[in-house]
Write a protein that binds this ligand. Structure first.
Ligand SMILES: *Cc1c(COP(=O)(O)O)cnc(C)c1O
Length: 450
């Protein structure tokens, strides 16, 4: 590679100052535990959002629940609350332990956001929440709704007519577009989704079936986002969902944490000083994992350890936090191509909001190669029958990265005794809506690689 100049410094000098960059540049699986992590009490205020903001988001979702039941019958069984199962995967634990040649003390669970209703991915948390909040803001502003109303009135022909006068736009690698597009269309909004080259055909087809305008670009996520932003700027009736900066999306994701706390309690999984909780979150631009991690920190404080996972070809958050340059740099600056089968994680430049405000709350970052993502998909299917998409399996490698790093465990006081009591959760972020044939091809590919 030529010695590119990035922020006035040649790449060679960056590598000298930040040696792990060489692994990222070489597309080798890499792990970095963050020496800048701070006690939760100290770092939480840096986020600029509070528990009250998460309460507010949870209350808003509750107000909308009856409407969701009406619009999406599959949400009847949870009375309109969009939530996913938590499942233990001991056979997956055994299979990975065998593959990596190391036993894992403690338990392995998975949080199956792949099965979230309406859009089948973690984006059903933040994306749908932001559309609902926008609809509520518009309706209240227009005097057509009060917080105490039955929100089912938002599904009347009169309200659909009202919302049809407004546009919602978003740029996406696929799943955010799916969530925003389906929810916007269901309320009557005029929705546009700007899709990066990574987006799978079935996601575009599905959106068009819902009457959403889908624009396709040959380029990556940043360009799709810029186009969405541009379209909305020119039009006062248009609202742009800004995945790179939105605190609304972030809060929608954050609500997951308190619900997870309830699920852990249900299964008598303890989280305290002697029973640490590790959560491994696949990361694209960072809003989803960032919001969930923020929520987790508000609930579990120092007893939860949040670790982000990215594809070797798209390590944008690792790069940003490790160098401290956040969204001032992108993976392409360092000759990394941002081409990965993990479409939901194919982001070259991380959210500046998440990187800057969450950097002291995140224990670590790692990268994983695409073939390994497929192997983990196949292993999960074989051991548990759970089927997930490539962007979704990155978290399963995480516990073994923790085991591999004594410096990190010693620094954090994670003794062998505590590790024996640990609970590891791999967040399985998407997949239930993948067409069956495509899912079968993922599993076949992973099986062939094993
Ligand atoms: C978008 C997405 C992520 C990551 O969320 P970001 O907010 O982009 O970091 C993870 N998994 C899946 C399946 C996704 O669609």
């Amino acid at each position: 590679m030529t010695d590119n100049i990035v922020l006035n410094k040649p790449v060679s000098q960056w590598v000298e100052e930040f040696p792990k960059l060489q692994e990222l540049i070489d597309l080798k699986p890499s792990t970095w535990f963050n020496p800048g992590v701070k006690p939760t009490a100290e770092a939480l205020p840096e986020v600029g959002l509070t528990v009250k903001d998460v309460d507010d988001a949870a209350d808003r979702l509750k107000r909308f629940a009856p409407l969701l039941v009406e619009l999406f019958p599959e949400t009847k069984v949870t009375e309109g609350i969009l939530e996913s199962p938590l499942a233990a995967v001991p056979d997956m634990l055994d299979a990975i332990a065998k593959r990596y040649g190391q036993e894992l003390p403690g338990q392995l669970w998975t949080k199956l956001d792949a099965n979230l209703p309406i859009s089948g991915s973690i984006k059903a948390r933040g994306g749908i929440y932001e559309v609902l909040k926008h609809a509520e803001d518009l309706a209240i502003e227009a005097g057509k709704l009060t917080y105490d109303d039955d929100y089912r009135k938002l599904a009347t022909p009169e309200m659909r007519e009202f919302f049809s006068g407004y546009k919602v736009a978003v740029g996406s690698t696929g799943n955010l577009g799916l969530s925003i597009g389906i929810m916007s269309a269901a309320l009557g909004f005029d929705a546009s989704v700007h899709m990066s080259a990574d987006a799978r055909q079935w996601k575009k087809d599905k959106l068009r079936e819902h009457g959403v305008h889908v624009f396709e670009y040959e380029s990556d996520y940043s360009v799709a986002v810029a186009q969405g932003r541009k379209e909305a700027e020119a039009d006062p009736t248009a609202y742009f969902v800004d995945d790179e900066n939105s605190s609304t999306l972030f809060l929608g994701y954050a609500v997951a944490a308190r619900r997870l706390a309830g699920q852990l309690e249900t299964y008598d999984v303890r989280v305290d000083e002697n029973h640490p909780l590790f959560v491994y979150l696949p990361c694209g631009v960072g809003g989803g994992p960032g919001g969930v991690a923020f929520g987790l920190k508000t609930v579990f404080g120092d007893n939860v350890h949040c670790i982000f996972a990215e594809p070797t070809h798209s390590p944008c958050m690792y790069l940003g936090v490790y160098t401290g340059e956040h969204n001032n740099v992108c993976v392409q600056d360092f000759g990394i191509d941002n081409l990965t089968a993990a479409d939901g994680l194919a982001v070259g430049r991380a959210s500046g909001f998440v990187g800057r405000h969450m950097e002291h709350l995140l224990d670590g970052f790692y990268t994983i190669d695409d073939d390994e993502l497929y192997r983990l998909i196949a292993m999960l299917d074989h051991t548990s029958g759970f089927d997930i998409e490539p962007s979704s399996s990155a978290g399963f490698a995480g516990p073994w990265r923790v085991l591999d790093n004594t410096e990190y465990r010693e620094r954090m006081g994670l003794t062998d005794e505590k590790m024996a009591n640990a609970t590891h959760i791999a967040w399985a972020t998407g997949g239930s809506m993948v067409p069956r044939e495509e899912m079968a091809s993922y599993i076949a590919k992973g099986s062939a690689l094993l």
